[in-house]
Design a protein around this ligand. Structure first.
Ligand SMILES: [Fe+2]
Ligand SMILES: [Fe+2]
Length: 212
């Protein structure tokens, strides 16, 4: 990874301005991912403690523990993604509103998980990661179409995209056992409304980052 990171840094001399802007969205997106999962982690810990006083605790114990393991793994991967994006993007191109995105992302992880539990978390993750997959994919396609000489960055973005697809699959599998389950492809109305809100909210957030 160290070698390829150096190669990727060297390729920066040929980055066009649109790629700096896209990398700015990737940098803040990965920061947001870390904080979304940290928010979910805090909600699960709090929920676990509060529910331990409930007579039906046994019913909630295992799903919460499973979700804790799921979230812990995502925090690890997203932290690696964020560190790599931070080292690639010069500070002058990074957004000055990190705090704002951290709070929003934290709440996106915390609130649904605390209010509605692990299943709401999995639907949130599914929608966010679906957006991130499309986001990285559009950058990969643009780099290929413009024939930009950035092979290391291209393979890095492909690797990141694969990680995000894996997160999406994992969330779906936690919900219905498999990624292509009909209830995932055609969700119930409440899940549909929520995932659309999260997906298009992420889309607008990325657009906003491009402009500020
Ligand atoms: Fe990521
Ligand atoms: Fe992810």
């Amino acid at each position: 990874m160290a070698d390829s990171l150096e190669d990727t840094l060297e390729e920066r001399v040929v980055w066009p301005s649109w790629l700096f802007t896209e990398m700015k969205t990737n940098h803040i997106g990965e920061l947001a991912a870390v904080f979304m999962y940290i928010g979910a982690q805090r909600a699960l810990i709090l929920k676990f403690k509060l529910l331990s006083f409930c007579p039906y605790f046994i019913k909630y114990k295992e799903p919460i523990k499973k979700a804790m393991n799921f979230v812990r793994r995502q925090v690890e991967t997203e932290t690696v993604h964020f560190k790599i994006m931070s080292s690639l993007l010069p500070q002058t191109h990074q957004t000055r509103f990190c705090f704002f995105w951290r709070i929003n992302a934290f709440l996106l992880g915390f609130l649904p998980t605390f209010i509605a539990g692990p299943r709401a978390l999995y639907w949130t993750v599914y929608a966010v990661e679906k957006f991130v997959e499309k986001h990285y994919n559009s950058q990969i396609i643009k780099i290929i179409l413009e024939k930009l000489p950035v092979p290391s960055l291209l393979s890095l973005l492909k690797n990141f995209k694969e990680d995000e697809v894996y997160h999406q699959r994992e969330a779906a599998e936690h919900l219905y056992g498999r990624f292509d389950h009909p209830a995932i492809l055609n969700p119930a109305i409440i899940s549909k409304v929520w995932t659309n809100l999260v997906y298009y909210g992420s889309l607008w957030a990325a657009e906003l980052v491009r402009w500020i």
